[in-house]
Design a protein around this ligand. Sequence first.
Ligand code: NDP
Length: 290
Amino acid sequence: GLTSVTVIGLGMMGAALAEAFLKAGHRTTVWNRSAGKADALVAKGAIRAATAAEAVSASPLIVVCVLDYEAVDNILSPLAGLLAGRTLVNLTNGKPEQARKAAKWAAEQGANYLDGGIMAVPQMIAGPNALLLFSGSSEAFTTYQKELDVLGSGKYLGEDAGLAALYDLALLSAMYGMFGGFYHAVALVGSEKVEATAFTALVVPWLQAMMASLPLQAQAMDANVHTTDVSSLYINKIGFVNLIEASQEQGISTELVAPIQALVDRAVAEGYGADGLSRLAGLLMKPQLM
Ligand code: NDP
C-alpha cells in the first residue's frame, strides 16, 4: 500500500499538506499543538495523534510545518529517541544555518533529514504551480520523491541541507523586490488619484516585458562582462534622480526606491557608469565598507 505519512503542524500550510496526502490516499496521521485544528482533517479521514510522540511513531515519513525552527525544536527535541530510522521533512521557513543545525541534530538521532522550502500558498498545494525545494539527505529524497510529489513538483538542490532555505529566501527576495516596485508605482500614480486596478493593467505587461531581460542579465553576471547596448548605469543614475524627486514632489515616501538609487550611485562612483544594470548583483556581493 501507500506509505503512511505524519503531518505535524496544522496551520494554514500544514493543513493543506495533510489534506493533499489524504486526497492522494495516504494513511495520514496529524498532530497540532492546538488539537482543534485537526478536527476538519479527522472528519476527512486523517488519524488524530494524541501527542507529538504518537504522531512521530505512526509513520516512517514525518512532515513538519510550523511557525519557525524554535517551534520545531520545542516539538521534536523531547522526542529525539523516537526518530531513529525515520525520515524527517522540515517544511518550516528558516535560514540555511538553522536547516544545517537541524540536519546535524536529526543525523545524531539516526533520522534522515530533508529540509524544504514551499514556493506556493496553501491553495496551490497539490496543484500544477506548487514548487517545493528540497535539500539534505539525497537518500531521503529518492526514497520519498513519489510521496513528496503529492504536494507539488519537487526540486532537489543537494546534500547541503541549507540550500533549500537559501534558494527559498532568494526567491522571496526577488518577489518582494517586484512587489516593492509595484507598491511604489501605485503610490506614485495614486498621488494623482489614479486607481490601482486601472494602473495595474499597465504594470503587468510591463513587468513581463522587463522579465525577459533576466536571463540575459544572468549571462552577463556569470561571465562578469557588463558592457551594454541597452542602458548604462550612468543614464539610470540620471533617470533615478527624476524618479526620486518626482516622488518627493508628489508627496510620497521614497523609502523603497532610495536603496536602489544608492546602489546605482555607488556603481557609478566606483567607476562602472558605462556598464549595464547587470553589474549591480556583483556589487551586492562586495558590500561597501562603511
Ligand atoms: P500558521 O500561522 O497558519 O500556523 C502556524 C503553525 O505553527 C500552527 O500549527 C501553530 O500551532 C504552530 N506553532 C507555532 N508556534 C508553535 C510552538 N511553539 N509549538 C508548536 N507549534 C507551534 O502558519 P502557516 O501554516 O501559514 O505557516 C507554517 C510554515 O509554512 C511557516 O514556516 C511559513 O513560513 C511556511 N509557509 C507558509 C506559506 C503560506 O502561504 N501560508 C507559504 C510558504 C511557506 P497552533 O495552532 O497551536 O498555534
